[in-house]
Design a protein around this ligand. Structure first.
Ligand code: FA5
Length: 341
């Protein structure tokens, strides 16, 4: 009988060793350790043996059961590990694998122009400063020599907030904010959003961007010649040498004398088209020598300082630079437009 038991153990261990799946392993478990197993059959015949033999065979069969059970457990671990390894191989994720479907974005054309302008001015020693979008009436108008009821306020259709604050109509408010904290000499530029209560058309938006420039020093040190020289460098840096520019006398309450600054129309090269309203020129902005009332409004002594200032529309500059014929495209969110840059 001992021989029979050890034979069963040998066969069982051999069979378990060959199994490849958990299902087959379960079948072998039933076959060798279940209630109707081969081993149980052998043990049933113990009843015909004497007590000593019974004891010896009983011990032997328990050892065999334990050996088979151990082998089954080892095999189960082996099969499970193999399965996990297969999953690992099949479902491996390479997080460094290049993802072909993602489209890379790029800077908006207005942001590109903004950065380019800031670089040009930085190269001329200008400081780039920031302003605030929502202003009070003093900084947007009064301090810029545009007191209440001044007719020049009508030149800038204004959105008023309920508490009397103003989404700024011009970046000129930055001049005041800066001079309240800094004394000349200085040269600054500031680019930001401005808001006007206007209808949109091909060259007008109700919210657009301006660049403000202010250069101030002791009286007699800054003249229109300085303005023209800075402006000429700016235009050459942004548009290259072909673009023509011109100054026209104009009026802004915060400068004296004041002028308007135009660039030749890039579409018709000056011969006249619908974009330039048949004039051959596109208005970029206003400029002039700072009115002394602006200096006194920030606490400077009259005639102690002199300087020039200008304010240009950034969209208009970008339109000329990239040959864009409708200002509304910038905020349209139309990818066919944006992907061209
Ligand atoms: C001003 O805003 C003055 N603050 C400019 C200035 C600064 C003059 C310093 C003197 C000294 P104006 O309202 O003309 O000026 O606007 C300046 C420029 O902003 C215009 O020439 C134009 O390029 C642009 N602009 C004005 N209105 C719009 C609009 N609705 N849509 C797009 N661009 C506009």
């Amino acid at each position: 009988m001992k021989n029979q038991i050890s034979k069963i153990q040998k066969i069982a261990i051999k069979e378990i060793g060959k199994v490849k799946s958990l299902e087959d392993l379960e079948k072998l478990k039933v076959k060798y350790l279940g209630r109707k197993s081969v081993l149980t059959d052998v043990l049933r015949s113990l009843k015909d043996l004497n007590p000593e033999e019974k004891k010896a065979i009983g011990e032997e069969s328990n050892k065999t059961k334990q050996a088979i059970d151990l082998k089954l457990k080892e095999k189960e671990i082996e099969i499970r590990n193999k399965e996990l390894k297969n999953i690992d191989e099949k479902e491996r994720i390479d997080i460094t694998y290049p993802c072909g479907q993602t489209k890379r974005g790029h800077l908006h054309p207005l942001t590109r122009v903004r950065y380019e302008i800031e670089e040009i001015f930085k190269s001329m020693g200008f400081l780039v400063v920031d302003g605030r979008d929502v202003e009070d009436e003093f900084h947007n108008f009064d301090a810029l020599n545009m007191p209440k009821n001044h007719p020049a306020r009508d030149m800038q259709d204004t959105f008023w907030l309920k508490d009397g604050a103003v989404p700024r109509t011009q970046t000129s408010s930055v001049q005041i904010r800066f001079m309240e904290k800094n004394k000349p000499p200085f040269r600054i530029v500031s680019i930001g959003t401005v808001y006007r209560n206007e209808n949109s058309d091909a060259t007008h938006e109700f919210n657009f961007h301006q660049i403000e420039c202010l250069m101030v020093d002791k009286s007699g040190k800054i003249t229109v010649a300085n303005f023209k020289s800075v402006m000429s460098e700016f235009m050459k840096g942004l548009f290259g040498k072909e673009t023509q520019t011109r100054l026209r006398p104009s009026y802004f309450p915060f400068v004296e004398p004041g002028f308007e600054f135009d660039a030749s129309c890039p579409y018709c090269k000056g011969s006249g088209c619908k974009i330039c309203k048949k004039t051959g020129w596109i208005e970029l902005g206003g400029a002039g020598i700072v009115n002394q009332n602006v200096f006194t409004s920030v606490g400077f002594k009259e005639d102690e300082y002199e300087g020039f200032a200008f304010g240009f529309g950034i969209e208009r500059l970008a339109m000329i630079k990239y040959g864009i014929d409708d200002i509304r495209l910038f905020h349209s969110g139309d990818l066919r437009f944006l992907e061209q840059f």
